[in-house]
Design a protein around this ligand. Structure first.
Ligand SMILES: N[C@@H](CCC(=O)N[C@@H](CS)C(=O)NCC(=O)O)C(=O)O
Length: 326
């Protein structure tokens, strides 16, 4: 695990000394947008027009942020438009690798060994963490974006005129509600599990833990009266929550010490999770072996033996009770 400093790779764990043991996530730096006509998006520069075969998505199947982009690629029918390379679940001294002997598909564009090579191809003096997902532009030979929250918005609409798929997970009339629930879910839950698991003082851990479970309990109550987070329509807010929930009992509960309750023990959350998992195409985006291997094997400061647990037994294909809800 490490980062680039002026284009040079350094093997370094997160610094929590200067923040009283708190894990602070670095903001994504590469923020251009693919748009239908190539005009600039909400940030970054213009010149990234939606075209078949032009963009390549780099993901880890273990990573909840990358998982969002894979789900959107599937739900928006983009498989033939955007191809994918998958890194190995092990993220050790060189960061993400394309080790085919260890579960990676290989880097199908450049045959690189390491993800950091892609970042320095984009910018030879890059400084920052080398994260997935990454959306790459084959035409301009550069990174479009390394921010999953924005990549899913691009997938949601930029290619509609090419694919004819007009499913909308960020509809105009629900945007305010979606933005509001995203805030709670991001800080409390998506990033909350990391803040809990990567805390290096008791106080930072307990604070993150309490924030996490209070957010989960809020969501549990909300889901008592409605099928999805903002009502009866399935939106991006649900998919953003889903990728954390699906990893929770297998990884965050034990490895990140998020162990007040399992998701299985919350009636609404457990049924809701199965409901989302059973949406057509979604189960195929889940790779529990990569998930467990990544966290337990890569975070050697949390789990120095690198032993990966066999359990728990989980079955997300069991029936759920949410079909007839409003
Ligand atoms: N803001 C980014 C965060 C992505 C992220 O943190 N990905 C993790 C994998 S789960 C990563 O690549 N971490 C490597 C590191 O922090 O060095 C996004 O949502 O796209």
């Amino acid at each position: 695990m490490g980062l680039l400093v002026n284009g040079k790779w350094q093997d370094k764990w997160y610094d929590t000394d200067s923040s009283k043991g708190e894990f602070q996530r670095e903001s994504a730096q590469l923020r251009n947008w693919v748009t239908a006509d190539g005009s600039a998006g909400p940030s970054g520069r213009e010149g990234f027009k939606a075209q078949k075969g032009r963009y390549h998505l780099y993901v880890s199947l273990a990573c909840p942020w990358a998982h969002r982009t894979l789900i959107f690629r599937t739900l928006k029918g983009l498989e033939d438009y955007i191809d994918v390379s998958v890194v190995s679940p092990d993220m050790l001294s060189q960061g993400w690798t394309f080790d085919q002997a260890k579960g990676s598909s290989g880097d199908s564009l450049f045959g690189y060994h390491y993800m950091h090579q892609l970042y320095t191809r984009n910018n030879p003096t890059y400084s920052g963490r080398v994260t997935v997902p990454v959306l790459w532009d084959k035409q301009q030979n550069c990174i479009v974006s390394n921010e999953s929250a924005e990549i899913i918005r691009m997938f949601n609409e930029a290619f509609n005129h090419l694919t004819g798929n007009t499913l909308d997970f960020y509809p105009e009339h629900l945007r305010k509600d979606i933005d509001a629930i995203n805030e709670l879910v991001y800080h409390g839950i998506n990033n909350g599990v990391y803040r809990t698991g990567f805390a290096t003082t008791q106080q930072a851990y307990e604070q993150a833990f309490d924030t996490l479970f209070s957010a989960l309990e809020k969501v549990e109550r909300r889901l008592a009266g409605q099928r999805y987070l903002v009502g009866s329509e399935l939106t991006e807010a649900d998919w953003r929550l889903f990728t954390t929930l699906i990893r929770f009992d297998a990884v965050y509960f034990g490895h990140f010490k998020c162990n007040k309750r399992t998701i299985e023990s919350y009636d609404n959350l457990a049924n809701y999770l199965r409901d989302l998992y059973q949406v057509k195409g979604v189960a195929e985006t889940l790779n529990m072996a990569h998930i467990k291997r990544h966290y337990y094997f890569s975070h050697t400061m949390i789990n120095p033996t690198q032993v990966v647990p066999k359990g728990p037994a989980l079955d997300f294909s069991r029936p759920h009770n949410r079909r007839f809800m409003g």
